[in-house]
Ligand binder design. Structure first.
Ligand code: PL3
Ligand code: FE2
Ligand code: FE2
Length: 242
């Protein structure tokens, strides 16, 4: 019985390892999927740069820090452009612009009316958690060049998440209602964005459930850090499924 159980375990482990194995980076199907995923990441970094510059205008007392965080995004963008070039892939930028348009419009609308809470939720909590989860999963299955670049990038993304977290924590009493409302409007967009790229991500050997799991970890951890309780966090997370 013991021997039977342990040989089952070996099979399971082998299956897991082969599911995790590296894709063929030079195949046409890989390059096709990569043209959209790479573009999404480039566009995401570019928009993050401009969002941080806008945030610097909303929170002038932290302008220097926010401009510095924004400049990191430009570097990230250049790094991911190099990843595409390295694989001889042309990023599909029109796809990526459409991919981000709803979320980006919501950011710009909030910026126009000076709604700092919504801007921080969108950029620092939702987008950065999305990036952190995607980059962690990608690092496990990336080509060696992109792996090195992404490992450097993901460290910076925690600083970006952290900035929003700290501001929201310090202002929680006055912004909680707005935070909940903004989350209800924007978390479902993240879920549909993930759905939209999940087939391409699969071609890169990035598992959708793993992506969702990593996202929920980063997102819930940050809400906890901001000072929300378990019930409030559960209520917020549910916005992704209903
Ligand atoms: C802000 O610092 C970064 C904004 C980028 C967000 C991109 C999210 C990407 C999700 C697409 C699926 C994973 C692909 C990862 C490959 C590098
Ligand atoms: Fe970034
Ligand atoms: Fe970032």
């Amino acid at each position: 019985m013991q021997a039977f159980a342990s040989s089952n375990l070996t099979v399971e482990k082998e299956e897991l390892r082969s599911a995790d194995s590296l894709p063929d980076f030079s195949s046409e199907s890989y390059k096709d999927a990569y043209s959209r995923i790479n573009a999404v990441v480039i566009e995401g970094e570019q928009e993050a740069y401009s969002n941080f510059l806008d945030l610097a205008k909303l929170i002038p007392e932290h302008a220097d820090e926010l401009v510095k965080l924004g400049k990191m995004e430009k570097k990230h963008m250049n790094g991911f452009c190099a990843c595409g070039r390295n694989l001889a892939v042309k990023p599909d930028m029109p796809f990526a612009k459409t991919f981000f348009s709803k979320l980006h419009n919501n950011f710009l609308e909030a910026f126009k009316v000076g709604d700092t809470t919504t801007c921080l939720l969108i950029q620092c909590i939702l987008i950065e958690s999305f990036a952190i989860s995607a980059y962690h999963v990608y690092i496990r299955v990336a080509d060696p060049f992109a792996k090195r670049i992404t490992e450097g990038v993901v460290q910076d993304e925690y600083l970006h998440l952290n900035y929003g977290q700290e501001w929201l924590k310090a202002n929680l009493d006055t912004v909680k209602k707005d935070l909940m409302r903004a989350n209800k409007e924007n978390l479902p967009l993240i879920k549909s964005m993930l759905d939209e790229v999940s087939n391409d991500a699969e071609v890169l050997h990035m598992d959708k459930e793993e992506l969702m799991e990593e996202f929920m970890i980063a997102y819930q951890d940050s809400l906890l850090e901001i000072g929300l309780d378990n019930r409030e966090i559960a209520r917020m997370a549910l916005a992704a499924v209903i």
